[in-house]
Design a protein around this ligand. Structure first.
Ligand code: SF4
Ligand code: SF4
Length: 429
């Protein structure tokens, strides 16, 4: 059985997982906020249902704990239920604890990725480049049936969803750039921008340079979210410790640590939860997480203002920004940035169904959630939808191509840097 956290940070303070799950009074107020409940109408696929299942598992009252497997594995971990809940019951963290109870060893694919990300990123880069070259040559299509037969349906779906195939990764570019001795900011490169969307990371660095002054690249490790969600807690701790030590060793003691994938940023802010039984590391994690900022926060506060572009621009809130960090792109900021072309999105805070690897592991349910999101985007007649996390970028690009190709998805940083360059600011690709 993989290790659990056993204690969680809740609105009422630190609690055992059992006490956290028991904070749920079963009022059902969160039901309509839960995308999987709305899509299926099944109680076991709601926040309330999932909290009760984990509680029963902890009480040893579930005759066959594997009965909970389907309910827990289909949770998007979006956190919308916690936002809707008056007690802010941390359902996503409770669900993860339930999954850890059910799981034997960490799945080999997650384990392999975690090991590569944490201990051999250079080897991971080589393997990814080989995979990208195969996909560019059209050979990955041939591999999909074999992957499905081998039980690696998630990999086959990932190949279907992911179109961006950079052969020069973000860290390779940023290592070539000069670093400020006295940085006003430190850029944390999440794996999404690093290995899939270097254009996003480069845009964020440009925005930071233009709004805060000169800074530096952290040359960080993976944040550890993959291990936290799918692998071993101990691996997540190892990665968190490396990043904390890295930030402590760099100049700019009080400079903000800025990341541009809201999922990773939410996890960085959540580092203290990994060390509730280790006072020294908990203190270091708290100091680290207080410095962490989402690129959305920087752009929200900036004065970047654009001329009115053609067409409508709308905004999808990443779950891990709005529910995970309590952070929303401000309407005034978006209106200023989009030059008055901004049109708010209905249900902007509802998950798009991406949710990390969810769209690869549960393609049918994910597509059901996605169709509702694309329908809302289409009803604004937008030609551009902005967002702030890698998973949303992949999922929305896939959904727009399929259901509403008149629209494209961009990261907020990419749009901001476009406005900066239109305004004559010095930007660098
Ligand atoms: S998680 Fe919160 S809102 Fe949902 S049923 Fe429990 S107490 Fe009610
Ligand atoms: S985290 Fe999202 S999918 Fe999971 S129970 Fe809560 S609202 Fe539903």
């Amino acid at each position: 059985m993989s290790e659990k956290l056993n204690r969680l940070i809740t609105d009422l303070g630190e609690r055992s997982t059992y006490d956290a799950a028991s904070q749920c009074s079963r009022c059902g107020y969160c039901e309509q906020a839960c995308p999987t409940y709305v899509a299926t109408g099944q109680e076991s696929k709601s926040g309330r249902g999932r909290n009760q299942l984990v509680r029963l598992m902890l009480e040893g009252k579930l005759k066959d704990p594997s009965e909970a497997g389907e309910a827990l594995s289909t949770c998007l971990l979006c956190g919308a239920c916690s936002t809707a809940c008056y007690a802010h019951v941390p359902t996503a963290d409770i669900v993860l604890e339930g999954r850890r109870m059910l799981r034997g060893k960490s799945p080999w694919l997650a384990k392999m990725l975690t090991v590569l990300l944490g201990r051999a990123p250079a080897l991971l880069s080589v393997l990814l480049k080989i995979a990208y070259l195969l996909k560019r040559a059209g050979l990955s299509v041939l591999a999909r049936p074999a992957l499905r037969i081998m039980g690696l349906r998630g990999l086959a779906e990932a190949d279907l969803h992911v179109d961006e195939l950079p052969l020069r990764f973000l860290y390779e570019e940023l290592r070539q750039r000069p670093n400020a001795e006295n940085p006003a900011w430190l850029y944390f490169a999440p794996c999404g921008p690093n290995y899939l969307y270097p254009r996003v990371g480069l845009a964020t660095v440009n925005v930071l340079g233009n709004t805060l002054g000169s800074g530096r690249f952290m040359d960080n490790n993976c944040c550890g979210l993959l291990s936290y969600n799918y692998g071993d807690i101990e691996d997540a701790r190892v990665l968190a410790k490396k990043n904390i030590a890295r930030a402590e060793a760099l100049p700019g003691e009080s400079a903000p640590l800025v990341g541009d994938c809201s999922s990773c940023v939410a996890h960085l802010k959540n580092y203290p939860q990994l060390f509730l039984d280790d006072a020294a590391w908990k203190e270091r994690a708290e100091k680290f997480s207080r410095r962490v900022r989402d690129a959305v926060e920087i752009i929200n506060k900036s004065e970047i203002a654009g001329p009115k572009p053609e067409g409508v621009i709308t905004y999808h809130e990443s779950c891990r920004a709005c529910h995970g960090q309590g952070l929303r792109a401000s309407k005034e900021g978006l209106t200023r940035l989009c030059g008055g072309s901004f049109q708010p999105l209905e249900e902007a805070e509802v998950c798009c169904g991406g949710a990390g690897a969810f769209s690869f592991t549960h393609p049918e349910l994910s597509d059901e959630v996605l169709r509702r999101k694309i329908g809302a985007i289409a009803s604004t007649r937008a030609s551009i939808v902005l967002t702030s996390s890698t998973s949303c970028l992949i999922q929305l690009a896939h959904g727009l191509k399929k259901y509403y190709p008149e629209c494209q998805v961009l990261h907020l940083s990419e749009f901001a840097v476009e406005i900066l360059s239109q305004n004559g600011a010095k930007t660098r690709a």
